[in-house]
Design a protein around this ligand. Structure first.
Ligand code: NI
Length: 250
């Protein structure tokens, strides 16, 4: 089904029935290294947090109650570059998201009175802050930045097709989930939940097609690792790229 648990230390909770999930939810374990997480936590502890309503759409703003760093905050600028670099060298991210454009990552905090983000949908089209370039939000990404032991609640809940999946990951790990989903962040009842979040416009718009490409790529990688290259893996790699040619917009 939809949740890939790639590493045992990554916590993924399932509320839903074990039936096939519609949403493709993929975790990227330890996208950030422990020293990067520590550096991030230190910077965010004394950052200039502001009310998070400024970046929400008309529906979302009604239920949004958290804090964010302004886009031009120096801490945000520094950490954004670190996250973008990490994404760029993460093969799992590139394979799963097939990114065409990435909205500059932002940072948020849930704690105290500002501790939840109720059920909402994300705007389909967003504008990059500096260039005003339009970006379609095919995929949402959250990078968890606080140690799960340091806060209670704060699960990301993704609702789709009448089911819900809860995600709360170790600090430095990330989750990709479909931009098409209704989702929420459950109230934080102790401590602070820190996260980085952003959207991706994929070269492949449809979740179903991205899923096929991702599963094929993962299987091919496994075949190559276990058996080396052979005419069959070369042929299948060709098929992967031919599907990508059919479905991708560059
Ligand atoms: Ni959202």
């Amino acid at each position: 089904h939809g949740v890939r648990q790639l590493e045992p230390e990554v916590l993924v909770f399932h509320l839903s029935s074990p039936k096939k999930c519609i949403a493709m939810i993929i975790t990227l374990p330890q996208l950030l290294k422990p020293e990067q997480v520590a550096h991030t936590q230190a910077l965010l502890a004394s950052a200039a947090w502001q009310n998070g309503r400024s970046s929400a759409g008309d529906q979302a703003v009604q239920v949004k109650n958290n804090e964010q760093l302004p886009h031009d905050d120096p801490v945000a600028t520094q950490l954004r570059a670190m996250v973008m670099q990490a994404l760029d060298r993460e093969p799992l991210f590139l394979s799963a998201a097939l990114p065409k454009k990435i909205l500059p990552p932002r940072f948020n905090r849930y704690e105290g009175e500002s501790n939840f983000y109720g059920q909402h949908v994300d705007n389909a089209i967003r504008f990059a802050p500096l260039t005003r370039e339009r970006i379609r939000t095919d995929i949402s990404c959250t990078v968890f930045l606080a140690d799960p032991a340091d806060y209670d609640g704060g699960e990301l809940v993704v609702h789709e097709a009448g089911r819900q999946q809860q995600v709360k990951l170790s600090a430095g790990s990330a989750v990709l989930y479909p931009g098409t989903s209704v989702h929420e962040v459950r109230p934080v009842t102790r401590g602070a939940r820190l996260a980085c979040f952003f959207w991706i416009e994929s070269m492949v718009r449809l979740d179903e097609q991205r899923r096929i490409l991702f599963e094929m790529d993962m299987a091919l990688m496994k075949l190559r690792t276990e058996h080396g290259d052979n005419p069959a893996t070369v042929a299948l790699t060709g098929t992967y790229h031919n599907l990508l040619r059919l479905w991708a917009e560059t």
